[in-house]
Design a protein around this ligand. Structure first.
Ligand SMILES: *Cc1c(COP(=O)(O)O)cnc(C)c1O
Length: 570
């Protein structure tokens, strides 16, 4: 019962994230941000870092995706019961919302590593008898509801989370905000560290912003102005009251509206973007702030298919906790790499047959594209000239798609529908499927099972991207626009291939749709298909380079060691 108390013995890094994707059992994630948070926590456990994670219970999950016969996305609740998978912690704290006291409780899930490391994860929950019916629903739906509901969720996460940690007697040495959703925790700390008025010469000086800054680390994930969470002050005041004076809040979070990114920037000693390019873009978006860059990663043990795990275990023992060993991939014979890949491919094709009835051909180059269905990711780009695609690829290429659109993202849903229409138009000529309900389990089967991982977002909107790293770890080369992590991982023809021009120095996203599509077709026809079909040893060389020059570095073990030395220990 009091098992959790062992976690409070040493000071911790508190990692706050609106979404965390640890496994499919706990569906409290929507996409890359949540999966990154899950992978971060798993690596922290492997490395025995003193960390505690805080997130929302999201009892209704994000959603389960169904695609109706018209190609339109339908959403269904994806419930989970913390009661069944976690332990209820004894502490309950209060937050004040619209002048009502709302009770918040926490459920403990423990991420255990084979190394003996453990990271506790606290899932915050307002579904408690005694709370108003409307307040019991606050932590139901990840990214559900309107702006007022989102603000309440962020209060529960930031302020509720900081209070729960204190009530449970955790000692926190750093608070790490994974994206701006948790920024309100800075206001809780401001209040906690307020100097007595009689000790200071004025009201403003009683607010010890430096002390809060010393405790806070902030990672921004959004490369566009519009992507940052903002709330109008009337809503803020009505919901939150005056937790700190409005003038101070405006000084820290923006004059016109409360900008959660700005609030975190102003109250964190260390701030970073999630790839080198994204660090630069963030600096341009927020001039005057020192913004560093720590490139994202993926958790090696989670994302290696069973086929590659087996090969790595035999040739590079210890690889999972020391992924740098993958640099020695050349010790693995080509035949073993190819065989492992064919195993993963057959495993995916079995899933495709079971879920769609389509029988894919193991001899044919298979291209994968799956991620959140947001318009900027341009999932339908490969269809921009169907005649040209047919001319190049008929009989030589198969396509697998997947991804969910946010329930309110009509453009994203239209993109899914468009992809399905094109899949239909290609029937009998090019085999293509859209796999429903993309999630961690589908991703673990889809990504390792294709031959080539396609990514063609609109620059510079892909802050980092992580699915391409999952591909590289499984010997699947990337074919991607030069954005996010791929600017750092790409060596043309060696680790994979680029699409379109080199990253412009300009931070403006120009729509180079036609140029990118043209390059995609050209390279597919003149470089990629000939290599795959006519020079298999050459192809396997690229697969090995994806492992030895991308996967050895772009993982959450390397990433966490950087957070420790560059952010947490400062
Ligand atoms: C890795 C992952 C993502 C992120 O994909 P990107 O290509 O980086 O956007 C999204 N959803 C799931 C389920 C994932 O596993």
């Amino acid at each position: 019962m009091n098992e959790w108390k062992r976690f409070t013995r040493e000071p911790k890094i508190a990692y706050f994230s609106m979404e965390i994707g640890l496994s499919n059992e706990i569906p409290t994630y929507s996409g890359g941000l949540g999966v990154l948070a899950g992978d971060t926590i798993k690596s922290a456990a492997d490395l025995k870092l003193p960390m505690v994670a805080v997130t929302l219970a999201s009892r209704q999950g994000y959603f389960r995706q169904e695609i109706d016969p018209n190609g339109w996305q339908r959403e269904h609740p994806r419930q989970w019961r913390p009661e069944e998978l976690t332990e209820r912690l004894p502490a309950k704290i209060l937050v004040t919302l619209e002048e009502r006291d709302v009770k918040v409780q926490a459920w403990l899930y423990c991420v255990k590593s084979p190394t003996g490391g453990e990271v506790p994860v606290l899932f915050l929950d307002t579904d408690i008898p005694g709370n108003d019916e409307q307040d019991r629903r606050i932590t139901d739906q990840l990214y559900g509801g309107d702006s007022a509901c989102r603000f309440k969720q962020e209060i529960v996460l930031g302020i509720g989370g900081a209070r729960i940690l204190e009530a449970l007697r955790f000692t926190i040495r750093k608070y790490h905000m994974n994206e701006g959703h948790a920024s309100l925790l800075t206001l809780e700390l401001l209040n906690r560290y307020r100097r007595p008025l009689e000790d200071t010469w004025d009201e403003r000086a009683s607010w010890d912003t430096r002390r809060v800054m010393d405790q806070c680390v902030f990672t921004t994930h959004t490369p566009v102005e519009a992507g940052h969470d903002r709330f109008p002050y009337p809503l803020v005041q009505k919901t939150l009251g005056e937790i700190v004076p409005l003038t101070l809040l405006q000084e820290l979070g923006g004059k016109e509206e409360l900008n959660m990114t700005l609030l975190a920037l102003n109250l964190s000693r260390y701030v970073n973007g999630v790839a080198k390019k994204h660090g630069e873009i963030s600096k341009a978006l927020f001039p005057g702030f020192e913004i560093h860059a720590i490139t994202n990663g993926i958790h090696p043990f989670t994302w290696a298919s069973l086929y590659f795990m087996d090969v790595y275990d035999r040739y590079l023992p210890g690889w999972a906790n020391e992924p740098e060993l993958l640099v020695r991939v050349d010790n693995i014979p080509d035949g073993e790499i190819w065989e492992a890949h064919c195993g993963a491919k057959a495993y995916l094709f079995q899933y495709i047959a079971e879920t769609t009835g389509e029988v894919f051909d193991p001899e044919v180059l298979t291209i994968g594209f799956a991620r959140r269905a947001a318009a900027y990711k341009r999932g339908d780009m490969i269809f921009s000239d169907l005649q040209r695609l047919l001319h190049i690829a008929q009989g030589k290429v198969q396509l697998v798609f997947g991804g969910k659109a946010h329930p309110k993202d009509t453009e994203g849903k239209e993109m899914i529908q468009h992809i399905l229409q094109e899949i239909h138009a290609l029937k009998g000529k090019i085999k293509a499927v859209y796999l429903e309900n993309y999630n961690i389990d589908v991703a673990s089967r889809l990504i390792p099972g294709v031959d080539l991982w396609l990514n063609n977002p609109l620059r510079p909107l892909e802050a980092s991207g992580t699915s391409g790293m999952k591909a590289a770890l499984n010997g699947v080369p990337n074919f991607s626009v030069l954005d996010g992590w791929w600017i750092e991982g790409h060596i043309e023809g060696v680790t994979g291939w680029s699409i379109g021009p080199p990253p412009a120095d300009s931070i403006l996203s120009e729509n180079r749709g036609e140029e990118d599509a043209d390059d995609l077709y050209k390279k597919l026809e003149s470089v990629i298909l000939p290599l795959y079909y006519q020079d298999r040893p050459g192809w396997i060389r690229v697969m090995k380079n994806a492992i030895g020059k991308n996967a050895y570095y772009f993982n959450t073990h390397v990433m966490m060691r950087r957070y420790v030395t560059e952010a947490y220990l400062r």
